[in-house]
Write a protein that binds this ligand. Sequence first.
Ligand code: SF4
Length: 397
Amino acid sequence: MDRPPAWIEPRAAYLHVPFCAHHCGYCDFAVSVGRDELMPAYVDALIAEMARLEVPRPMDTIFIGGGTPTHLPDAEFERLLTAIGHWLPLNPGGEFSVESNPESLEAEKCVAMRRAGVTRVSIGVQSFQPHLLKALDRAHRNEHIPRAIGAASDAGFEFSLDLIFAAPGATPDDWARDLDAALTFGANHLSTYGLTYEKGTPLWKDRERGRLMPATEDDELAMYEFAIDRLADAGLDQYEISNFARPGHRCRHNEHYWANHAYYGFGVGAARYVDFHRELNVRNTPDYIRKALAGESVTFQTELLTPRDRAYETMAVQLRRIAGIAFAPFEHQTGFALESLVGERLPALLDRGLLQRSDTSLSLTRAGRRLADGIVEDLLKSKPTPASRRPLPRLAD
Ligand code: SF4
């Protein structure tokens, strides 16, 4: 019997581990810092939530994100990996990623992860330079980075590096040095993000009080453009607004999100998209643990999307891909012709050189990639209901 398509039957699973050793100054995620005593109960809760699947569900991709999953002590991490192996067995050739930080990605942990079927680690390097790590208020030092990359390579993992550009005080030369360092270390996949000053974070407060000098918009733009060219020269193609990979090294898990396919989500604050329902788990770690272990629902918000909602969401996430939206598969997946949804708003965006259309697809131009959020927002204005302002799911990398 044919399997249902990937936008109906989840083939990807995300598990969230909220614990971090340190709360970085720019981070506004709901992380648990200084609550390490909760870790064993949290792993119990994750296992209890997975057990609600009742039968094992084979997956094409699994992603453990955070927080810092590798901050879990070895015994807890191994318990979690064993349970994942039972409830979410990886299909042959599948991708199993773990998010990590340089200071907590150690050789023994990598060996245990490899034994448990992990295939890929995503390392939150952010910068190779001490003054920028300090400016970002990161916990690791630059000497942790080669050790972490070495441990990942020795264990035979694919690895991806996360880099942040436009940190306070960062110059275009700094950014060129970070990109070169990532390439020298042999990264086949890079995720690059411009620093955002999220309201309420220590870095946001410092900026408000004039205690730091943010990069100028022009410098930030120049750094983004520079990365596209520098990485293309080195053989890493941009395949999503913030992601670059050599051929065969894309993050398949995130490609599920950018296709708007179904996925499971487990853990505090985790999102899932199953049976056309978008659901979010409770965001407080002790609450999540208590509910999961008491057999109560850990879902905090649930919404059944209408076919039209689904089509608009699919448009919004697929447009993040450099390849854009292929008309025929889009219509097959959503039941709507793309033009019937956003046709009215297209001519202006095409005329301004922000979108480009071929016979088979619609995609962002290079100029459009810098303004992707605004373009999607503009296209969503064609949507008749206010639900169009619903935030899109957080990506794993
Ligand atoms: S390690 Fe990552 S998740 Fe944890 S506080 Fe820093 S940026 Fe946030």
